[in-house]
Design a binder for this molecule. Structure first.
Ligand code: GLN
Length: 211
C-alpha cells in the first residue's frame, strides 16, 4: 500500500490524515526520522511555519527532510507547508528555516494585510470544475523560477485588491504547494492529485521492499 506521511510536529494534521485515508493509502503522522524513512510521499500541513522550522530542527527532522526532497520524494505543502517548501521567504522571521526545494518566493501572511481569512473559488490546471479554497493567514507566491508550473491564481478581479491574479498553487517536479487549505471541506481533489503524483514515482509493486 502507498505510504504517505503527514508532518506532525505542528499544524492541522488530522484533516490531512482523514483525506488521505479516504483515498485508500496508508496515512500516518511523521515526528521522527524513522517515520520519515517509511514515507513514499509527505504532506506538510497548514499551521505556523516558523514553529515548524524550529521543531523540525529540534527533533532532528530538518536535514533528513532536505535530504528526502533532494532525493526526489514527492511532497505536498499547504499554507505553512507551502512556506516550508519555498526557497525564498519574504516577511519571514530573521531565523526562519525552511526545507526548500521549490524555486519560488513566497510572502508570509500576504493576504493578512487585507483580511485574515477568506474563502473563494479557483480554477486549477487540469480540473474541469472550479474548487472552493479557504485561505487562513495565507502566503501567496510572489515569483517563480522557470521550472515551476503555476496551477492556480486568484481571479484577476479588481475586487480582490492586491491579491488579484496572485499565484496560489504550484508544482515543480515532485513538489506541489498550495496557499490555501484543501483539507477543509468534503472534496479530496488536491489529495487525489498528490496521491497520483506519489504513485507515479513508485516502482512496480513486485519490486517493492517489504515492511
Ligand atoms: N501564517 C502562517 C505561517 O506563516 C501560515 C498560516 C496557515 O498555515 N494557515 O506559517
Amino acid at each position: 500500500m502507498t505510504r504517505i506521511g503527514v508532518f506532525a510536529l505542528q499544524g492541522d494534521v488530522r484533516e490531512h490524515l482523514q483525506a488521505l485515508g479516504e483515498l485508500g493509502v496508508e496515512a500516518f503522522g511523521v515526528r521522527r526520522p524513522a517515520e520519515l524513512e517509511r514515507c513514499d510521499g509527505l504532506v506538510i500541513p497548514g499551521g505556523e511555519s516558523t514553529t515548524m522550522g524550529k521543531l523540525a530542527r529540534i527533533f532532528d527532522l530538518l536535514e533528513p527532510l532536505r535530504m528526502r526532497v533532494k532525493g526526489g520524494m514527492p511532497v505536498f505543502g499547504t499554507c505553512a507547508g507551502m512556506i516550508m517548501l519555498a526557497d525564498r521567504v519574504v516577511d519571514g522571521t530573521i531565523d526562519q528555516e525552511t526545507i526548500g526545494g521549490l524555486d519560488m518566493t513566497v510572502r508570509r501572511n500576504a493576504f493578512g494585510r487585507q483580511v485574515d481569512s477568506f474563502e473563494t473559488r479557483l480554477s486549477v490546471t487540469g480540473l474541469d470544475q472550479r474548487v472552493p479554497a479557504v485561505f487562513i493567514r495565507a502566503p501567496w507566491v510572489e515569483e517563480v523560477g522557470p521550472g515551476v508550473e503555476v496551477l492556480a491564481r486568484v481571479d484577476a478581479d479588481p475586487a480582490y485588491g492586491d491579491a488579484a491574479g496572485r499565484i496560489v498553487a504550484v508544482r515543480q517536479g515532485r513538489l506541489m504547494a498550495m496557499s490555501f487549505h484543501p483539507e477543509i471541506g468534503q472534496d479530496t481533489w488536491a489529495h487525489r492529485l498528490f496521491v497520483d503524483l506519489v504513485e507515479e514515482t513508485l516502482p512496480a509493486a513486485s519490486d517493492r521492499r517489504p515492511n
